[in-house]
Structures are given as structure tokens and as C-alpha cells.
Design a protein around this ligand. Structure first.
Ligand SMILES: C[S@@+](CC[C@H](N)C(=O)[O-])C[C@H]1O[C@@H](n2cnc3c(N)ncnc32)[C@H](O)[C@@H]1O
Length: 406
């Protein structure tokens, strides 16, 4: 008698992902980059402009253009998801925001998610959350942890920046990954908020070791500034002396050490080849005169830039670095004795640097968006910067998704 055929194993269904506060789809790109075979079954966001960009890039994903607190329990249950990826609004927790924490109405939707989670017909196996630094000490975070513990999740918290991956952009963010028990992580979890990726590969390890070296750098990295003067100032314990552009010797030295750190990529690798029309990216003379001394200026060979926020391009102060496209002009030569100059002279000096804003494509490159990501043409420059400033670093999140699922 013939043996009956062994039943053909059914293909394992792909995990179903619910992307909340989906914006322009940073989480969706991170999921793709993580190579986890999963499918985003719904993206929820109230912002119609963000939703247009999302639809443009992910035409096949179902978008719910509504508030999260407007979703019913039934809608959540029908989506039958295995994973939640979410970046709740950060204004209630930012240093410059309201700091109203759970009293801020913008966090209502997040508290609603915490209410919904225990009552779902099927709890998702994985949860990843991103927020600003500051969230880790909030009441909202405590409520999240309490809910996860009650619902029997293991979890790990992080404070991470893309610089840990050799990307020359600071964007320190809070992350939490959670896994429904009895599932366990491939890493030993800890109650501490981790400030490194647990699975450091050699590149990251070498960056960290050179970063530590940078912090204890000696006086040898003084190229381009008056080395003798600095060496003396430092010996005299006067690291706080302002050199130029309101920057102290310590600041200038730190920046130079960062720029000499070869385990970080150079800014030039993230720039557009040649801008057809650079004029939208020039900084107005009014802004230049007003903010020249506080602009964070980086050159193409620099290996650092500061966090790009949603106000980039509209506001100058603290919204992100600007690019010096004149590679042969030193900052020191332009800013020495700057305060003594007339307005016209100041402008003549500043013009030498050929400063401009990073383009949205360049910000997207620093955030790890793939080349195929684009904006619909009708989205204005201001809206592009706004949406990118609200988004996240894809490489960092991709690594965390892998860590969470593997
Ligand atoms: C920090 S951004 C998230 C950005 C997103 N991860 C990305 O990659 O673009 C927060 C998003 O939440 C959306 N949002 C805020 N409150 C909401 C609510 N109650 N319901 C739905 N979406 C909301 C905002 O429109 C914004 O796009």
C-alpha cells in the first residue's frame, strides 16, 4: 500500500503591521529595510499632506485618514495585526515644547491606544515606539510600561542617534521595542535605557572607540584655527574662551575631532550632485545678518550635522545645519573680528561662504530614505521640510525592528 503524501506545509502568513501616526511612512521604509517579510495592512494619520506623500510612495497601502482615537475597537480587531509601529506626537515631551506630558491634548490618542491594547481580541506580538528624548522620564512612558507589563510584554528602551551608525547627523531619539511573552528577545533585556545598539558590529565599535578618543582628544587637531593661541588657552584652563562666531575653543575642537573621525561618513555622500536651481535654498540676507553667529555651518567634508526639525527652512535658530558650498573658504577667516564690521562688510564676508540650506532630498538622504522616495510635485518646500523634520532615521529603526523580531 502506498504511503499517503505528507501534507504540504502551509506558507507562514506574513506578519500584519499597523502603522500608527504614519506621516510620510518612515516606519514603512524601515520595515522594508529590515527585510522582515511583513505587510503594512493600514497606516493611520490625520495629516492630509502627509497622507498624500504616503500614498504617492506606497500606493497599495490602505490609509486611514482619521484620528486614532476615532478608530473603533471593532476596526482595530478587524485589522488583525501582529505588529504596531508608531511615533506619537512629541510636542508634549520636547524641551522646547509644552512639557505638559499626559495633560497635553495631543497625547490623548496615545492614551487611547494604551486603553485599547488590553482589550484587543488578539494582542500584537510586537510593538515599536519612537519619540523624542524626554519621553523616557514622562508620565506617558510610565503608563506605557505599566500597560505592557499588565499585558505580559517583554520590552527594552533605548536612546539612540544615527551617529552610532556612522551617519553624520545627530538625532537622539527614544525607542521602545516590546514582544509579547512567551516570546523573548535575542538580547538580554535590562531596566536601563540603552544608549548603544546591543549588537555592535565592527564599524560601530570602531566608531565608538574613536568617539571616546575624540572626547579625550589632545591639542593636535588644531588645523585651520590659531593652534598656538588655543594650546595656550587650553593649558591655562580657558577652554571656554570664545574664538569666533560665539564658539569656544572647546566647541571648535570638538567639531574638528568629529570631522577627523574617519569612521563617520562625510556630508558630501548625502548631497545632490548638482542643483538645477539652487535659489530656493539660499538663506535670505536678513536671516544671514541676524543669525550668522548662531548658524550651525558644515562643509562638504564635515562628518557631522545637527538634527533637522520641522521648522527647517522657515526658522533659522536651532532647526538644522546649513551647508557651506565654498570648499576653499575657512570659517575662521570669515568670522574673525566679525562684530567690528559694518552690515555691508558682514554680508560681503558671509557671501564668500556660499551658504545654503540642505535640500529636502539631502535631508531625506541623511534620514536614510531610499532613492525611490519622492514628494508629489505639488507639495511645497516648506511642507517637505516640515514632514521630514517630523519623520525619523530609517536605518536606526530598521535595526531595531530586526532586533525585535529576530
Ligand atoms: C512624529 S510624526 C510621525 C512621523 C512618521 N513616523 C513619519 O515617518 O513621517 C506624528 C504624526 O502623528 C500624526 N498625528 C498626530 N495626532 C494624531 C491623531 N490623534 N490621530 C492620527 N494621527 C495623528 C501627525 O499628523 C503626524 O504626522
Amino acid at each position: 500500500m502506498m504511503e499517503p503524501d505528507a501534507p504540504t506545509p502551509r506558507p507562514r502568513p506574513r506578519p500584519r503591521v499597523l502603522e500608527l501616526y504614519s506621516g510620510i511612512g518612515g516606519m514603512h521604509y524601515a520595515l522594508k529595510e529590515s527585510c522582515i517579510a511583513a505587510e503594512v495592512v493600514a497606516a493611520v494619520d490625520i495629516n492630509t499632506v502627509a497622507n498624500e506623500v504616503y500614498k504617492h510612495n506606497f500606493p497599495n497601502t490602505c490609509i486611514y485618514p482619521k484620528t486614532i482615537e476615532g478608530m473603533t475597537m471593532d476596526e482595530f480587531n478587524k485589522l488583525d495585526f501582529d505588529m504596531i509601529l508608531m511615533s506619537p506626537p512629541c510636542q508634549p515631551f520636547t524641551r522646547l515644547g509644552t512639557q505638559k506630558d499626559v495633560l497635553d491634548s495631543r497625547i490623548k490618542s496615545f492614551l487611547y491606544i494604551l486603553d485599547v491594547l488590553p482589550s484587543l481580541t488578539k494582542r500584537p506580538k510586537y510593538i515599536l515606539l519612537e519619540n523624542v528624548k524626554g519621553f523616557e522620564t514622562s508620565v506617558a512612558r510610565n503608563k506605557l510600561i505599566q500597560t505592557l507589563e499588565n499585558c505580559r510584554y517583554s520590552y527594552q528602551e533605548f536612546l539612540l542617534s544615527p551617529t552610532l551608525l556612522g551617519i553624520p547627523n545627530s538625532r537622539l531619539r527614544y525607542f521602545l521595542i516590546a514582544k509579547l511573552q512567551p516570546g523573548t528577545f535575542c538580547i538580554q533585556t535590562s531596566n536601563e535605557v540603552l544608549k548603544q545598539f546591543p549588537d555592535l558590529d565592527s564599524m560601530e565599535a570602531s566608531y565608538i572607540s574613536s568617539f571616546s578618543q575624540m572626547l579625550s582628544a589632545d591639542d593636535n587637531n588644531m588645523e585651520g584655527i590659531n593652534a598656538d593661541c588655543c594650546a595656550n588657552e587650553i593649558k591655562n584652563g580657558r577652554d571656554e574662551t570664545v574664538l569666533y562666531k560665539l564658539e569656544t575653543i572647546k566647541h571648535v575642537k570638538q567639531k574638528q575631532s568629529q570631522d577627523n573621525n574617519s569612521s563617520m561618513q562625510m556630508i558630501q555622500g548625502f548631497l545632490e550632485e548638482e542643483l538645477q536651481d539652487p535659489s530656493p535654498y539660499f538663506i535670505s540676507t536678513k536671516s544671514l545678518l541676524r543669525y550668522a553667529l548662531i548658524l550651525d555651518i558644515v562643509g562638504q567634508t564635515c562628518r557631522r550635522s545637527v538634527c533637522f526639525t520641522k521648522g527647517y527652512g522657515s526658522y533659522v535658530e536651532g532647526t538644522g545645519s546649513v551647508l557651506k558650498t565654498a570648499s576653499d573658504v575657512e570659517l575662521a577667516s570669515v568670522f574673525q573680528s566679525f562684530e567690528t564690521l559694518s552690515e555691508d562688510e558682514k554680508l560681503t564676508q558671509l557671501a564668500k561662504l556660499k551658504l545654503r540650506y540642505f535640500t529636502p532630498r539631502e535631508v531625506a538622504n541623511l534620514h536614510g530614505f531610499p532613492p525611490e522616495f519622492s514628494f508629489p510635485e505639488k507639495i511645497s518646500l516648506k511642507q517637505r521640510y516640515r514632514l521630514l523634520g517630523n519623520s525619523l532615521n530609517i536605518h536606526v529603526v530598521a535595526k531595531l525592528i530586526k532586533l525585535m523580531v529576530e
